[in-house]
Design a protein around this ligand. Structure first.
Ligand code: NAD
Ligand code: IPM
Ligand code: MN
Length: 368
């Protein structure tokens, strides 16, 4: 099978992790009878410099026409920077939001797992991290990110958190459907004790549950307590569903469990084309030093293979190679010695069928 992949490298470490991932996909393809046609497109702050806007029409159109979209990360340093002084609608982050809306990808799946044998990389005690396998289902095209009115005036600033019934119903259904294929447990995260929008959200989730998914277990947590529980006892969670802003925050927090924000992948689904990108940003603080962790992007590519292209065996092969490379010697952000280049080469080497059996026993000592 041959696939057209729109590639949006973005800024700072975005191109570093995307280049690594394209290299691994090119090595993986012939092993699974696949062919990829990668189309690199301008996106982010670098596209503001080269094309005058963060999401140029060429990128928007090619992304919508591709079989899948693979994105790095975009944006400038968090402090004062020319890109951050642009009017809101011209900023890099608005380009990211517009792309998500344009593709219609309302469901952002952010899995948080700890690979067997890699519990030692977690700052949590090993017995707490072991077996972590949760899926954050983040609503991606609504909520306070898009609500109107929103603006700033001389003496006030305001944003609106609003959810329509159909927006909550479809993300709730996706969470319940996904839970049915996993361990049958959904945790709804909201702030219904304070926010009207959250009470509405919760009522809709409960309605969908009672009428369509009574076989799935549903529990509720307020977002403040959820933040604490997720890192206190990560194994208590299967699927978590929440609105746009809460999902953004809790997924960065959950990155503490595997040990680095650099390892978390995501898939954004629900439109005609899936968007696959790591959870992390453009990390200007480490860009150009050859130490960006490509694992989040590699695992996003695995999600692309499995969920977008229906190539489950190739996805599993890629995930296995990443796990073996990590077990052998992780990246510097995880306390290992490998930079982007050395780690990418290790993943490519671990793809080789001949390398599989020997390395697997290193990744899973108990099974070896
Ligand atoms: P960030 O995720 O870029 O970085 C947070 C911390 O994690 C930094 O210390 C960074 O060095 C580290 N880190 C992130 N990814 C890493 C990796 N792959 N390997 C090793 N370490 C890694 O968050 P930030 O600093 O708040 O944001 C920087 C820029 O990125 C901002 O412009 C922000 O808007 C943007 N951003 C973009 C996306 C996206 O493109 N989807 C996502 C988040 C943030
Ligand atoms: C993410 C990022 C984006 C978000 C920003 C950069 C628009 O933080 O993908 O998690 O808030 O969704
Ligand atoms: Mn974020």
């Amino acid at each position: 099978m041959s696939y057209r992949i729109a590639v949006l490298p973005g800024d700072f470490i975005g191109p570093e992790v995307v280049d690594a991932t394209v290299e691994v996909l090119e090595a993986l393809a012939p092993l699974h009878g696949l062919a990829f046609e990668f189309q690199r497109l301008p996106f982010g702050g670098s596209a503001i410099e080269s094309h005058g806007e963060a999401l140029p029409p060429v990128t928007r159109e090619a992304a919508a026409a591709a079989d899948a979209v693979l994105m790095g990360s975009a944006g400038g340093p968090v402090g004062d920077h020319p890109w951050n002084r642009l009017p809101r609608e011209k900023r890099v982050e608005s380009g990211i939001l517009t792309l998500r809306r344009h593709l219609g990808v309302y469901a952002n799946l952010r899995p948080v797992t700890v690979f067997p044998g890699l519990e030692r990389l977690s700052p949590l005690r090993e017995e707490r991290a072991r077996g972590t396998d949760m899926l954050i289902v983040r609503e991606l095209t609504g909520g306070i990110y898009f609500g109107k009115p929103s603006g700033t005036e001389a003496d006030r600033g305001y944003s609106t958190m609003v959810y329509e019934r159909h927006e909550v119903e479809r993300i709730a259904r996706l969470a319940f459907e996904t839970a049915r294929k996993r361990r049958g447990h959904v945790t709804n995260v909201d702030k219904a004790n304070v926010l009207d929008v959250s009470q509405f959200w919760r009522d809709v989730v409960v309605g969908v549950h009672e009428s369509e998914y009574p076989d799935v277990t549903l529990e509720h947590l307020y977002v403040d307590n959820a933040a604490m529980q997720v890192v206190r006892d990560p194994r208590a969670f299967d699927v978590l569903v929440m609105g746009n802003l809460f999902g953004d925050i809790l997924s960065d927090l959950a990155a503490v469990i595997p040990g680095s924000l650099g390892v978390l992948p995501s898939a954004s689904l629900g439109g005609s084309v899936g968007l696959y990108e790591p959870v992390h940003g453009s990390a200007p603080d480490i860009a150009g030093r050859g130490v960006a962790n490509p694992v989040g992007t590699l695992l996003s590519a695995a999600m692309m293979l499995r969920l977008g292209l229906d190539q489950g065996p190739a996805a599993a092969a890629l995930e296995g190679a990443v796990a073996r490379a990590l077990a052998d010697d992780p990246t510097v952000d995880l306390g290992g010695s490998r930079g982007t280049r050395a780690f990418t080469e290790a993943v490519v080497a671990a793809l080789e069928p001949s390398a599989v059996s020997g390395a697997r026993s290193a990744a899973r000592p108990s099974a070896g």
